[in-house]
Each structure stands twice: as structure tokens, then as C-alpha cells.
Design a protein around this ligand. Structure first.
Ligand SMILES: [Zn+2]
Length: 396
């Protein structure tokens, strides 16, 4: 737990805030020498808590530090920041209940500045979100945004919340607002939100719903041209409406924009060509795709299987042979080739493929591992190059 980054950041933020408050109050005490005596005394006492708390923080005695800070019950414009940091610290420790209480306590204060109220509400929303109280988190975010519609961190939180609720249209609205405010683009996320909205619309069942869904799919692939799922859904919808040429065009576009993932739509592409009665067209397309520079091993596998199912064994074997040559590390392709050769009693060749595959695997496999830090290497090092401990490498 203590190694968690947000936790450490929480501590650092608290330490910095406390130092700043102490500095400011010390400065003011010196300046307002004529200020009322009792108020000064009160502030002195609070400063003492802060000093002690800060000292505990710096000496890494975190529980004692928290005790000191909690003693300061008076929240004023100076100490709000400390309470905010303290709440955040509890949240980063996983003590969401305490964080919520602290942040609620800040919000309940009268005479809070708008900026402080907004900060406290945002932190409260984060507490609720981390605690899994989605509805309350959404409500807190909405309150922040009603005061500051461009609060980018709140927009980011609300986006995550709407995603976790599956309220895709609201998530999309927030994403677009966030994009406008921050200038940050997230085309992949935007595309997938559009797809979810489209998929929900399809469930409506009317032709208008389907038309609207197709529009969403089109927007998705326009925003993110590598969107595999977008092209798949678009192509499937077109197939359902008998628009086979349009469907083929959709799948073909995906093959260009994201060739590594094209294998995911091969079944749909085959259906489209089959509907057109043009299996020759499909085969031409596949040969070109399989021989393309970014053809994945999964595509090679699929194409070979297609040929094998049609008893075109020699062609199927050739495809796999080329595949193993181009991707010597592709165990799946090698296995498929070995099995095929075995089924055809071509044992000698099967053994050759197995040997080459194993040789390649062995040539890349580490032989020794450091028991201290996990560093792996093919040669033994008597002094680990990573953790610099002596003689800790064991054979794997
Ligand atoms: Zn090591």
C-alpha cells in the first residue's frame, strides 16, 4: 500500500499544503502585530498542530501526522486546503469513508469561497466514485459543473462514471464537452461510444432506429478510421439490408486502415461474397491480403483453413510454409502446419518444421534468472546487471 503512487502523491501534496499554510499564517502573524490577542493565540495553537503534523509527515510517521491534523477542527480559508489534502490522503489509503466525511465537512461550512466549494465537491465526487457510489458521484460532478461547466477533471470523472453506468449517450456528450474544453482528442473512445449508442438503437427494432444506428457506425469509422468493430458492425448491418457491395467495401476499407486486425472480419467478408455468388472474388481478395506486408499470422491461419476445408491441401500447406518463413516465432502457424503434414503422413517434413520452430523458440528463451530482481538472460552473470547483487542467477 505504502508504495502506491497516488498514496505517495497524496502525502507529498499534504506536506506541501501544510508548509504553505504555516508559512502564510506565520507571515500574517508577524505582519498584523496589532491583531486581537485571542485570535492570535488560537492561530498559534493551530500552527502548533500543523508543525507537529508536518514533522510527523516528514519523519514518515503517517498515523501520528493524521492525528495532529484531525485535531484542527476549525476550517477557515487558510485550512481548507489542508483538509482537502487530508481527505485526498485518506482516499488514496483506501479509507473512502473518512475521506467522504472530511470533504462533506468542508462543503457544509458557510462562507466558503466558490473555488474551495468546487474543489471540495470534485474531491467528494472522486471519493464516491472510488467507493463505488456511482449515483452520488454523478450528482456531485453535476454540482461542480453547474458552477464551473469547464471543470476538466470533473468532466473526465463524469465520463468514466457514465461509461461504468453504460449511459453511452451521456458519456459521449461529456466526452465532446471535455474535448472542447481541453483540446484533447480521444478518437478511439469517441468511436466506441458511438458504436455502443448505435447498438442500443438497433434494439429499438424500427427501420428508423436501424438507419440511425448505421449513421452512428459511419461517424465512428470517420472519427477513428482503424475502428475494427465499427467496420464490422457497419458491414454486418449492410449485409442484413442486402447491400453486399457496400458491405464488401466496408470490410475492404478496414483491410487497408487496420490490416493487422482484418482477420476479425474474414467470416463476414466471406458471407458477403457468398451472397453475391462470387467466391472467386473472395479468394482473390484473400490472396492479396495474406501476401500484404501487414498480414497477421491469424489471417494466414484462417486462409489456410479455408483452403484445407475445400481439400486444396497443397495450397493450404504452401500458405503455412510461407507463413512460418515470414513469422518464425508464430507457434500457432507452425503447429497447424505440423498437424496438417502429419495427417497426410508427410512425417519427414513435419519433423523438419517442428525442429525449426523449436530451434527458433530456444534461441530466444532466457536460460538464467536473477532470484533477487527477476532479470532474465541467456548467459549467466555473476553480478546481476539490473540489481547488482552477486551470484544470484539460477537456471530456469
Ligand atoms: Zn538482479
Amino acid at each position: 500500500m505504502a508504495n502506491d503512487l497516488p498514496y505517495l502523491i497524496g502525502w507529498a501534496a499534504l506536506a506541501v499544503t501544510v508548509s504553505a499554510v504555516i508559512f502564510r499564517s506565520a507571515y500574517r502573524l508577524g505582519r498584523d502585530a496589532e491583531a486581537r490577542y485571542h485570535e492570535k493565540l488560537e492561530e498559534h495553537r493551530e500552527s502548533a498542530f500543523y508543525y507537529r503534523g508536518l514533522n510527523y509527515l516528514l519523519s514518515d510517521e503517517q498515523d501520528k501526522a493524521i492525528e495532529e491534523f484531525v485535531k484542527v477542527v476549525r476550517i477557515n480559508s487558510e485550512t481548507v486546503e489542508i483538509h482537502l489534502s487530508l481527505g485526498n490522503l485518506f482516499r488514496s489509503r483506501g479509507e473512502v469513508g473518512r475521506a467522504i466525511r472530511i470533504h462533506q465537512n468542508i462543503i457544509a461550512r458557510p462562507n466558503l469561497t466558490t473555488a474551495h466549494r468546487t474543489s471540495a465537491l470534485y474531491e467528494l465526487a472522486e471519493d464516491y466514485r472510488q467507493g463505488g457510489f456511482v449515483d452520488r458521484a454523478v450528482e456531485a460532478c453535476r454540482q461542480v459543473l453547474s458552477v464551473d461547466p469547464d471543470h476538466s477533471r470533473t468532466l473526465a470523472s463524469l465520463l468514466m462514471l457514465h461509461e461504468s453506468e453504460g449511459r453511452w449517450d451521456m458519456a459521449l456528450q461529456v466526452l465532446q464537452r471535455h474535448k472542447k474544453v481541453t483540446g484533447n482528442q480521444d478518437p478511439r473512445r469517441e468511436a466506441h461510444l458511438l458504436l455502443r449508442i448505435g447498438q442500443e438503437q438497433v434494439e429499438g427494432g424500427t427501420p428508423e432506429d436501424e438507419e440511425s444506428a448505421i449513421d452512428r457506425y459511419r461517424s465512428a469509422v470517420r472519427i477513428f478510421p482503424g475502428c475494427v468493430e465499427g467496420y464490422r458492425l457497419l458491414g454486418e448491418a449492410q449485409l442484413q439490408h442486402g447491400q453486399t457491395s457496400a458491405a464488401i467495401k466496408s470490410f475492404a476499407t478496414l483491410q487497408k486502415t487496420r490490416p493487422t486486425h482484418f482477420f476479425l472480419v474474414v467470416d463476414s467478408l466471406l458471407r458477403a461474397y457468398t451472397d453475391q455468388g462470387d467466391t472467386e472474388g473472395f479468394e482473390k481478395f484473400m490472396v492479396k491480403a495474406v501476401n500484404g506486408p501487414s498480414a497477421s499470422t491469424r489471417l494466414i491461419s484462417l486462409w489456410s483453413r479455408y483452403l484445407e476445408e475445400r481439400e486444396r491441401y497443397d495450397e493450404a500447406i504452401d500458405v503455412l510454409r510461407i507463413g512460418t518463413r515470414q513469422h518464425p516465432g508464430a507457434v500457432g502457424v507452425a503447429k497447424q502446419l505440423i498437424l496438417m503434414l502429419s495427417r497426410m503422413n508427410r512425417w519427414q517434413e513435419a519433423v523438419g518444421v517442428s525442429q525449426r520452430c523449436l530451434d527458433h523458440q530456444l534461441s530466444r528463451q532466457p536460460v538464467f534468472q536473477c532470484t533477487q530482481c527477476g532479470f532474465k538472460a541467456q548467459d549467466i552473470y555473476w553480478k546481476c546487471p539490473q540489481c547488482h547483487q552477486w551470484d544470484n542467477m539460477e537456471p530456469l
